[in-house]
Design a protein around this ligand. Structure first.
Ligand SMILES: Cc1cc2nc3c(=O)[nH]c(=O)nc-3n(C[C@H](O)[C@H](O)[C@H](O)COP(=O)(O)O)c2cc1C
Length: 182
């Protein structure tokens, strides 16, 4: 299986008036400027994901898990709320399982002061539990400081995407040869 690496960019804030849209726009411009990358924007605010688990798979949950399934890799764009990431993002992550497995994930996090560092560390633990491969590179933005400005954030994003691409190709080839054993 070849073709461009399919990267789902998950916008993790569903808050009214969220800064996440501007952060995602900045990151998407970088990702779309790269060769060999097919970018799918998975905006959690656009999905009808029930707050409580229902017995049946709802159309909203099915639509979300289908987008996760078709991706080779993920980038989660997340704010930091109280030293973690937002609850709706956790709920969305929990709605899929097999669809996440044996695929790499990178993070773009932002906040006030702590730059989303805690949010990323919590996400790394959860993504590992779901058999994803968190890449080492990450983007941290202080919205009260430089935000996405200057060279640093763009350089960090490109490095993270280089690592994500390597792992996406490696895991895609491996999954094609043998099923992942979870
Ligand atoms: C409930 C809440 C808790 C927050 N906690 C933190 C925090 O622990 N660390 C931090 O750096 N920023 C924190 N912030 C600031 C947010 O990261 C900042 O407002 C950001 O813009 C939120 O993302 P959003 O606008 O895309 O939802 C918090 C904001 C909210 C609303």
């Amino acid at each position: 299986m070849g073709g461009p690496v399919r990267v789902a960019v998950i916008i993790g804030s569903t808050r009214e008036g969220r800064a996440g849209e501007d952060v995602a726009r900045w990151f998407l411009a970088l990702a779309r400027g790269r060769d060999g990358m097919d970018v799918d924007v998975v905006d959690l605010a656009a999905f009808d994901l029930p707050a409580r688990y229902e017995c049946e798979v709802t159309p909203g949950v099915a639509a979300f898990t289908a987008r996760v399934d078709r991706a080779d890799a993920f980038v989660i764009v997340t704010p930091e709320y109280n030293h973690s990431f937002p609850a709706p993002l956790k709920q969305a992550i929990d709605y899929a399982y097999d669809e996440w497995q044996a695929k790499p994930v990178g993070f773009v996090a932002y906040g006030h002061g702590s730059e989303g560092l805690y949010a990323i560390e919590h996400l790394r633990t959860i993504c590992t539990e779901l058999h994803m491969v968190p890449v080492r590179g990450r983007v941290n933005l202080d919205l009260l400081g430089g935000g996405t400005g200057g060279d640093g954030p763009a350089r960090a994003a490109e490095a993270m995407l280089d690592q994500l691409t390597w792992w996406a190709l490696a895991t895609r080839e491996a999954r094609a040869v043998r099923p992942y054993v979870s």
